[in-house]
Design a protein around this ligand. Structure first.
Ligand SMILES: Cc1cc2nc3c(=O)[nH]c(=O)nc-3n(C[C@H](O)[C@H](O)[C@H](O)COP(=O)(O)OP(=O)(O)OC[C@H]3O[C@@H](n4cnc5c(N)ncnc54)[C@H](O)[C@@H]3O)c2cc1C
Length: 286
């Protein structure tokens, strides 16, 4: 018998005092679903490393659940990354989401400035300095990373992260299940056996979904975009449609071998919990 699917929740550090005040309640609601872990972004949207640490501590203090910081290496020195790893280890983190991070818009080369150019170097550094203490998650791009010259080259770069010691991967958001299955076939052919967990972004609006997809190069199927546009001014109908589309996506992924789901919660409990409820996962009574 295969293991029941895992599920994990991504949070970002709140950007306003109001959002910060609301976050513990959101975390408590999400924690009731007993996720494998929470992950906390860094840098996206201008958040600071201290914001990541504070949110990590909020998760730990309020729930006792496992919390994994995202660690981006763009523009960092080895000494800075070493200090952060020590700080997270002292805080009880046992898992790191290891990423390059997005380059400044003015960047002339795909290699990040600083001591680390690509995420595979960060993975190697974590292994060199902490052995197997941390479980390391890396990013995967079923629809190709937007800066890669081709899917094949991008896949070889994914393989470098696996060979450097990644334990597991989380994908960029996508709405085409076939892109994930194609990526998994390429993993099988390449002998890559680590779990690759789909990243799931609930659909809660038209403009934000279009923006999220454009920002990371994800394909939003035309029919979904047109339906969302049509429903833009009817929020309840749009949310219902979005939940249906993403529930089907999750069902298809799980029915065809995805080892779990990683939800981009955008710091909202409702849409993610609704999706989980629809999925009726074994042992989860919501
Ligand atoms: C699950 C997940 C969580 C994320 N969380 C955050 C976050 O918290 N904060 C944030 O700022 N961003 C986050 N991102 C976005 C991520 O930082 C960007 O997508 C970034 O541009 C790439 O990061 P990476 O770790 O995948 O990079 P890499 O794996 O280093 O790849 C980046 C690009 O370089 C190429 N490449 C990789 N290695 C090499 C090599 N050795 N030689 C030549 N080319 C190479 C790849 O093909 C790709 O085009 C997240 C992405 C994912 C999928």
């Amino acid at each position: 018998m295969s293991a029941p699917p895992s599920y994990s929740f991504e949070l970002f550090p709140p950007r306003t005092p109001e959002a910060e005040a609301k976050l513990p309640a959101v975390i408590a609601q999400l924690a009731a679903a007993r996720p494998s872990y929470f992950s906390i972004t860094y840098g996206a949207g201008g958040s600071s490393q201290d914001g990541t640490y504070q949110t990590l501590m909020t998760v730990v203090r309020h729930t006792g659940a496992e919390a994994a910081p995202h660690l981006t290496c763009v523009g960092s020195t080895r000494a800075e990354i070493a200090a952060l790893l020590d700080r997270y280890r002292e805080a009880g983190a046992k898992r790191i989401v290891a990423l390059r991070g997005d380059l400044p818009a003015t960047a002339m080369s795909p290699a990040a400035p600083g001591d680390f150019h690509y995420a595979n170097e960060l993975v190697s550094f974590i292994r060199e300095t902490h052995g197997n203490f941390f479980k390391i998650e890396v990013g995967a791009y079923p629809e190709m990373h937007p800066q890669a010259p081709s899917p094949g080259v991008d896949f070889e770069n994914f393989r470098r992260k696996v060979e450097a010691g990644a334990d597991s991967a989380l994908t960029q958001l996508f709405y085409n299940a076939d892109a994930y299955f194609d990526f998994m076939e390429r993993c099988v052919k390449a002998g890559i056996k680590i779990p690759v967990v789909p990243g799931i972004m609930p659909i809660t609006g038209y403009a934000n979904t279009v923006r999220f997809c454009a920002g990371c190069g994800a394909d939003l199927p035309r029919w979904v975009r047109l339906r969302l546009e049509e429903l833009e001014n009817d929020k309840p109908a749009l949310v219902k449609f979005g939940i249906e589309v993403v529930t089907r996506l999750c069902e298809t992924l799980l029915a065809n071998g995805a080892p779990g789901l990683h939800f981009y919660t955008v710091n909202q409990a409702g849409p993610t919990l609704r999706l989980l409820k629809n999925l009726k996962l074994p042992g989860l009574d919501l």
